[in-house]
Design a protein around this ligand. Structure first.
Ligand code: HEM
Length: 355
C-alpha cells in the first residue's frame, strides 16, 4: 500500500463555494446566488458543454429556475449515483468505435479533468469541470476528448442533477471497473465552476518528454515517483490516435481490459524507435504495439524502474496501488467539505449486480 502518498489527505483548498451539490439548503443558497449572476456566468446545473458557451442569459435563467426546482425536490442518494454508474456502463461498448469501447477515452477524460491540479495554489483539479470551456478544451493535450465529453453527455441528459466533475470522474471509475480493473473508491461533491476557473495550458504531461518533466508535472499535483509509475499503468488501455496526439497505436494486445500488461511489455519486450513521419515513438518487435518516449522513461530512470519491475511481477499489487492513486487523482482540487460523504464509496460493477 502506498500509504506515504504525498497527496495530503485532509487539506482543504477552499475556493469559496460552500455547497454540497444536489441537495440540502446549502445547495439551494448556492443556486439562488447563482441565479443572481446567471446572466454573466456559468451555471453548474445547466448543460455546460463547450458548445453551449455563451448561451443567452435568458436560457441560463431558465436553467436556474429548473435547477432550483430540482434541488428543492431531490437529494441524490448513493443509489442514484449507482444508477448513473450503470448508465455509464451501458454506453461503454460500441463495436464501431476504436477497439470496441469508449472506456479508455473516458478514463483519459477523468484523468485530464483532474490532473490540472496545482498543489501550490489549489487551482485546477476535478472540482470545476473546466474542460467544458473552450479555453481549456482546446489545449493540445485535450485533443480528442470532445469525443468522450459528447458520449457522456448522453448520461448527463438522463441525470441532469449530477455535476460535470462528478460525472466525468465517475465515468473514469465505471470504465476502469467495467474493464475488469480494480475497485476505485469515489464519492460525489464536485461543483461546476466558471470559465475564469479554467487552467492555463501546459499542466498535463508532454509525451515527447522524459523523467524530469514527468516529475515536474506530477510533483506539482502532489504525487511522487511511485504514483507516477502506478498511474502510468493506465496505458494498458486504449490507444494513441494520429489525429489527436499525433502518436499512433495501442500499448497492449488487450486495450479494453485493465491489466498489468503495460509493465510486462515495457520490461520484457524489445523496444526500438519507429521509423516513420510521425513524432518519435517506440515499437515492439511485432510492430503492432507502441510506447511513448514518456512511457519508456519509466525503464530508463532507476527510481521509476523499481516500480515497473514490481508491477510487472505482481498484478494484484499494481491493482491495489492504482486504485489508491487514481482515487486520489480524481479528488484533486475538491475541498473536503464539499464531499457528501466523509469516506469514499465503492460503486458496484454491473457484473456484481447481475450475480
Ligand atoms: C505519465 C504521463 C502521461 C502522458 C505523457 C500521457 C500521454 C498520452 C497520450 C499522448 C495519449 C494518446 C492520446 C490519443 O492520441 O488519443 C494517451 C492516451 C491515454 N492515456 Fe495517457 N498519458 C500519461 C498519463 C496517463 C495517466 C496518469 C492516465 C490515467 C490514469 C492515462 C490514461 C490514458 C488512457 C486510458 C489513454 C487512451 C485513450 C484512448 O484510447 O482514447 N494517461 N496518453
Amino acid at each position: 500500500m502506498p500509504a506515504a502518498s504525498p497527496v495530503t489527505r485532509g487539506v482543504i483548498h477552499s475556493r469559496g463555494y460552500a455547497t454540497a451539490p444536489g441537495g440540502g439548503s446549502n445547495t439551494l443558497l448556492y443556486l439562488l446566488g447563482a441565479a443572481a449572476v446567471a446572466g454573466g456566468g456559468y451555471w453548474y446545473y445547466s448543460a455546460g458543454s463547450a458548445s453551449n458557451v455563451g448561451k443567452e442569459a435568458g436560457t441560463a435563467a431558465k436553467s436556474v429556475a429548473q435547477a432550483v426546482k430540482a434541488a428543492t425536490k431531490f437529494t441524490p442518494t448513493k443509489d442514484d449515483y449507482q444508477k448513473v454508474y450503470n448508465a455509464i456502463a451501458d454506453i461503454l461498448e460500441d463495436n464501431d468505435y476504436d477497439d470496441g469501447s469508449y472506456g479508455p477515452v473516458l478514463v483519459r477524460l477523468a484523468w485530464h479533468s483532474s490532473g490540472t491540479y496545482d498543489k501550490n495554489d489549489g487551482s485546477g483539479g476535478s472540482n470545476y469541470a473546466t474542460m467544458r470551456f473552450p479555453s481549456e478544451a482546446t489545449h493540445g493535450a485535450n485533443a480528442g476528448l470532445d469525443v468522450a465529453r459528447a458520449k457522456i453527455e448522453t448520461v448527463k441528459e438522463k441525470f441532469p442533477w449530477i455535476s460535470y466533475g462528478d460525472l466525468w470522474t465517475l465515468g473514469g471509475v465505471a470504465a476502469i471497473q467495467e474493464m475488469q480493473g480494480p475497485k476505485i473508491p469515489w464519492r460525489p461533491g464536485r461543483i461546476d465552476g466558471y470559465a475564469k476557473d479554467a487552467t492555463p495550458d501546459g499542466r498535463l504531461p508532454d509525451a515527447s518528454k522524459v523523467a524530469d518533466h514527468l516529475r515536474t508535472i506530477f510533483y506539482r499535483m502532489g504525487f511522487d515517483d511511485h504514483a507516477i509509475v502506478a498511474l502510468s499503468g493506465a496505458h494498458a488501455l486504449g490507444r494513441c490516435h494520429r489525429n489527436r496526439s499525433g502518436f499512433d497505436g495501442p500499448w497492449t494486445f488487450s486495450p479494453t481490459t485493465f491489466t498489468n500488461d503495460f509493465f510486462t511489455l515495457l520490461m520484457n519486450d524489445k523496444w526500438t524507435w519507429r521509423k516513420w513521419d510521425g513524432p518519435r515513438q517506440l515499437q515492439d518487435k511485432t510492430k503492432t504495439l507502441m510506447m511513448l518516449p514518456s512511457d519508456f522513461a519509466l525503464v530508463q530512470d532507476k527510481e521509476f524502474k523499481k516500480w515497473v519491475k514490481v508491477y510487472a511481477a505482481d498484478q494484484d499489487k499494481f491493482f491495489a496501488d492504482f486504485s489508491l492513486y487514481f482515487s486520489e487523482l480524481l479528488e484533486l482540487g475538491v475541498p473536503r467539505a464539499q464531499f457528501v460523504s466523509s469516506e469514499p464509496w465503492i460503486m458496484k460493477s454491473t457484473e456484481e449486480q447481475s450475480s
